[in-house]
Design a protein around this ligand. Structure first.
Ligand code: ADP
Ligand code: 5GP
Length: 202
């Protein structure tokens, strides 16, 4: 009963190119009283990305100052850039009863899911690595060098999740394979609705 009254922190993770952003966009119109955290990053802005909307774009120096001040709930290095979740935004939303969604890489997701009692983890996996590579290339947002880094990181992340699962230390409550977009989107919406209703695996 109590779990229905406590706001949830929903952590979505998975390799770059798996379709996290696309799936999140597709379910947002069906969710109310729900906010998506905007991360800080030192990565350069891609065409069309807006400051404060897609990310808070910071210099490395600004980012590291915020780390020292304890302003991130979690942060991690990814592909040579730093990414972090602003603590004040998440705390403020949760304290007013709003559920919060984070879209972050594996290291950060583990930190949150393992240490935050109201966090629930959803892992989005690609059907396979070849399809993932095709999606990263077709997206046309990353250089060849970045795609190579992202694919290497994807292998590490998929292996780590599999290892966690085999050892019984799984940090994700749910996993969705994003093959058919419509089906994966329906699955994500149902999963989030279950979590919000308090029917989680934990
Ligand atoms: P992520 O946020 O995980 O990095 P994106 O949402 O940017 O991934 O998706 C990567 C690319 O794959 C995008 O160009 C997106 O349009 C495409 N995509 C996402 N899901 C699917 C799917 N189920 N089938 C085909 N293409 C997809
Ligand atoms: P991209 O450069 O494609 O926008 O993001 C690269 C990776 O960083 C993705 O896996 C994305 O989920 C992750 N990411 C985005 N914001 C954060 C954050 O605040 N913290 C962590 N740990 N990862 C993040």
């Amino acid at each position: 009963m109590e779990s229905e009254l406590i706001a949830k922190l929903i952590v979505i993770s998975g390799p770059s190119g798996a379709g996290k952003g696309t799936l999140i966009k597709s379910v947002l119109p069906s969710l109310d009283n729900f906010v998506v955290s905007v991360s800080a990053t030192t990565r350069g802005r891609r065409a069309g990305e807006r400051q404060g909307v897609d990310y808070h774009f910071l210099s490395r120096r600004e980012f590291l100052r915020k780390v020292e001040e304890g302003l991130f709930l979690e942060w991690a290095e990814y592909g040579g850039n730093l990414y972090g979740t602003p603590r004040d935004f998440v705390d403020a939303a949760l304290s007013t009863g709003k559920d919060v969604l984070l879209e972050i890489e594996l290291e950060g997701a583990r930190q949150i899911v393992e240490h935050c009692p109201v966090a629930v983890g959803i892992f989005i996996a690609p059907p396979d690595l070849q399809i993932l590579e095709g999606r990263l290339r077709d997206r046309k947002t990353d250089s060849e060098a970045d795609i190579t880094l992202r694919l290497a990181r994807a292998c590490d992340e998929l292996e780590a999740v599999e290892r966690d699962r085999a050892e019984g230390g799984l940090c994700f409550d749910y996993a969705i394979v994003n093959d058919d977009l419509e089906q994966a989107s329906r699955e994500l919406l149902t999963t989030i609705q279950q979590i919000r209703a308090g029917n989680t695996a934990r």
